[in-house]
Design a protein around this ligand. Structure first.
Ligand code: MN
Length: 255
């Protein structure tokens, strides 16, 4: 079992190291991550410039690959031949949750999407639901251990073709996590505010600000699971077709 480990926070992020160390107990690991933070970069394919890859060391001294491309570029490069025979791609551990509509913004989740698109191999995104205002250093230990258990299940059972997993882990002590819950996407509530300011030369610029997003903790959803202290596991697919609308629109008078 050869596992490719990536993330969107950059190759020096502590969540990546924790995930890589956990994956080494499951199989052979190659770490290949962006050389900088690409959080909230969405799904990227870099076609307009060359991509450089260099060998680096993680904080524990183990070798890794880093590129100046995006998280999804890392996965695409690896699966197109830069890394041989990858069976599974895992991404994370992101310090903050990726819930509801976040999945299309998230570099963590879109890296897992790329696994399905380019490699036809399972992709799993891991995110930690740490408080937005958490000041200290995060402890990724319990989350990494839970990630290992999710990966063990996926290896044992396999995933249907084209399916990736978006896994969100509550920021709790290991003994306080209630268990695992398979969920659907919930509803994010964004509270973005457009800030218009003036630069030193009097020209306007715009900044998307506002408070952190919240969500609706409906039972059965990713938000609901986290609110109850469960690890949320949401199977995702890339067919975004709105089938009900498709059927209804066929009846429209198109001619
Ligand atoms: Mn991130």
């Amino acid at each position: 079992m050869h596992i490719l480990v990536t993330n969107d926070d950059g190759v020096s992020a502590p969540g990546l190291l924790a995930l890589a160390q956990a994956m080494r107990t499951v199989g052979e690991v190659t770490v290949f991550a962006p050389d900088r933070n690409w959080s909230v970069s969405g799904h990227v394919k870099t076609l307009d410039r060359p991509l450089r890859v260099r060998e680096v060391r993680l904080a524990d001294g183990s070798p890794a690959l880093a590129t100046d491309g995006a998280p999804s570029d890392c996965v695409a490069l690896a699966l197109m031949g830069l890394v041989e025979e990858v069976d599974l791609v895992v991404s994370g551990i992101n310090p903050h949750a990726n819930l509801g509509h976040d999945v299309t913004y998230s570099g963590t989740v879109t890296a897992a999407m790329e696994a399905v698109i380019t490699g036809g191999v399972p992709g799993i995104a891991f995110s930690l639901d740490s408080p937005e205002d958490y000041g200290g250093e995060l402890d990724y230990g319990p989350a990494a251990n839970l990630a290992r258990r999710v990966v063990a299940q996926v290896i044992a059972r396999g995933l249907p073709k084209g399916v990736l997993l978006n896994v969100n882990i509550p920021y709790l002590e290991a003994g306080d996590v209630k268990g695992f819950m398979v969920t659907r996407q919930g509803m994010r509530v964004y509270r973005d505010v457009l800030e218009r300011r003036l630069d030193p030369r009097g020209r306007p610029y715009y900044w998307i600000g506002g408070e952190s997003p919240t969500g609706i903790a409906e039972p059965g959803t990713d938000f609901g699971a986290l609110a109850e202290g469960y690890v949320s596991i949401t199977p995702l697919q890339l067919d975004l077709t709105a089938y009900k609308a498709l059927e209804a629109m066929k009846a429209w008078d198109w001619d």
